[in-house]
Write a protein that binds this ligand. Structure first.
Ligand SMILES: NC(=O)c1ccc[n+]([C@@H]2O[C@H](COP(=O)([O-])OP(=O)(O)OC[C@H]3O[C@@H](n4cnc5c(N)ncnc54)[C@H](O)[C@@H]3O)[C@@H](O)[C@H]2O)c1
Length: 336
């Protein structure tokens, strides 16, 4: 077995929001991260602690070259398209990049004898909650192509682990949020569809207002409740999952969540408090397909991986995201 400092981890999608945070955490933990990213939605300057290979996971020859020239001990896979709405308009784009391209990556791993795989899955595989908090035994019933594409990968992983010398952990994130402002790592999606950065844009006057969809849910303040998990907590779970596989744990699937949630109104109020700015709000009708409460039971990961979210209280999440947001605004002003 190699020592930690010799272990190379290929981080596919490592120039993106969560992947770039992972690169930093892996480096800090003593590993050698290597990034493969086609920069379709990622940012070159987000990769500071690793070699960046600009390329596509659809490119089998490139993958085989990477696996044969680097002694890759494991792959962490963050590369996918992530916009649920877009996946409904253009499902082919999602099945192609999220499912087919991932199959390509997995096939290259098997061919080159790279055995360990950590996959970014999503709570979207559960679809409409039948009960809450959602645990991993909850029925799987995605309601959009994004969720289906992620579930397809989980299915392929289960089959690969049964048939090949291949082990995986799939981590079903609820709402990734927060940032690492000290390292200038945060959320910079274009267009931005996630609630917290969108509310920050409204606080900064970059959006006229934030629309709250639904104020009559059966929740304490009538707005929808979601489970936000700090990106640094997601990264620590990835390292624990990988180390567990290396120690002989079986392939598995875990929710990554906090077990509790915050309402849309609480997010808006906390953004007002943290930024000291007003957030113009428009209260609208419910959107179809939006459940009242989407909260994950995370006891499986806590029990088996020894993972505990440390940074996922709402104030910490929003204050880190706001600091990173201001840094990105400054960077953009310098560029223009
Ligand atoms: N952000 C969330 O709240 C959330 C929630 C659940 C699951 N996830 C999953 O986490 C992962 C990362 O999400 P994110 O928010 O960091 O997304 P992101 O768009 O910021 O990052 C994705 C990265 O993958 C790269 N990429 C995409 N297709 C590629 C390809 N074919 N070859 C090489 N690189 C490619 C992009 O350039 C980008 O750098 C995704 O798989 C997503 O489905 C995210």
């Amino acid at each position: 077995m190699h020592t930690k400092s010799q272990q190379k981890i290929l981080i596919v999608g490592g120039a993106g929001y969560i992947g770039a945070n992972m690169v930093h955490c892996a480096k800090r933990a003593g590993y050698i991260p290597i990034v493969l990213d086609n920069l379709s939605t990622g940012h070159r300057e987000a990769v500071k602690d690793a070699e960046l290979i600009i390329g596509d996971m659809r490119d089998s020859a490139l993958l085989e070259r990477i696996f044969s020239t680097h002694d890759i001990a494991a792959v962490m896979h963050f590369a996918s398209y992530i916009q649920v709405g877009e996946s409904v308009i253009d499902p082919a784009k999602y099945y192609e990049n999220n499912a087919a391209a991932t199959l390509n990556l997995m096939r290259a791993m098997v061919k080159c004898h790279v055995k360990y795989f950590i996959f970014s899955s999503t709570a979207a595989v559960y679809g409409e909650p039948v009960y809450t908090p959602i645990d991993e035994k909850h029925p799987i019933a995605p309601i959009n192509p994004y969720g289906h594409s992620k579930r397809m990968v989980e299915q392929m992983l289960e089959d690969f682990s049964r048939s090949y010398d291949f082990k995986f952990t799939a981590l079903r994130y609820f709402n990734a949020a927060g940032a690492n402002p000290e390292e200038k790592l945060g959320e910079r999606h274009e267009p931005e569809t996630h609630l917290i950065p969108v509310v920050l844009q409204a606080a900064d006057g970059k959006r006229k207002a934030i629309t709250v969809y639904g104020t009559d849910y059966a929740t304490p303040d009538g707005t929808g409740i979601r489970d936000y998990i700090h990106v640094t907590d997601l990264c620590s779970a990835h390292l624990l999952a990988l180390e567990a596989l290396w120690k002989g744990a079986k392939s598995n699937i875990y929710n990554l969540s906090t077990g509790s949630g915050y309402s849309v109104q609480q997010v808006i109020d906390t953004v007002r408090e943290v930024t000291g700015r007003d957030v113009p709000v428009v209260y609208g009708e419910r959107r179809s397909g939006d459940p009242a409460v989407l909260v994950g039971d995370t006891s499986h990961a806590v029990r088996e991986l020894g993972w505990k979210p440390k940074y996922s209280d709402l104030k910490r999440i929003i204050s880190d995201a706001w600091k990173a947001y201001l840094i990105f605004q400054q960077m953009e002003e310098v560029e223009h």
